[in-house]
Design a protein around this ligand. Sequence first.
Ligand code: 6GU
Length: 244
Amino acid sequence: MRIDVVSIFPEYLAALDLSLIGKARRDGVLDIRIHDLRDATTDRHRTVDDTPYGGGAGMVMKPEPWAQALESVQASASVPRPTLVVPSPAGAVFDQAMAHDFAELDHLVFACGRYEGIDERAIDWARELFDVRPVSLGDYVLNGGEVAVLAMVEAVGRLIPGVVGNPASLVEESHADGLLEYPVYTKPSSWRGREVPEVLLSGNHARIAQWRRLEQVRRTAQRRPDLLSGLDAPALTDEEHAAV
Ligand code: 6GU
């Protein structure tokens, strides 16, 4: 999979050299290219922003550096119309389903805005070359798209075959089945007066699976009731229903 990130803070994306994503890059599984938006400017000061028409606080990113940077990425694209993700608190909320959708694509491009955002004409213009997707991490405000890109590249990248060593670990995790993950424990079985739940020491795999599933339902009802109402009714057994 090819991923391009355009940013005025390319150093922010250095974290993509680390851990499983970094290994996948070195192995050639992920082709991640980081670009400095200022390289697409032509003036002496490498200007990327200006004051907003209509007034108001803050600065707006000028459209031309974005057009130059995105045109140059598109010229070497691996598909005719790559997907352009524009991180923004005004976007559709990113979730595991969207991560799976993005993981199916051959080429993802991220345009990291800063300040009050990117001149809307640059976003509209980009629709000629890209499938444009404004995407938000959730209902809070970050200073720019870089941290959101780190989160999205990790969420998408780990779904690409060859990035996560053991694909089974993708199956039993939060959101894989619409529920939160069950609690986990490791040795010692008794620690500072706290015991590992007895069922997990029983060796009875059917009982363990049943317990874990019940804990998933309990935890989801407690912490994320919004997720339970989205589940199909038959997804819960009578006992699981009784637990919530
Ligand atoms: Cl994707 N970008 C910015 N700037 N702020 C955010 C966000 C994205 N998601 C939540 N807040």
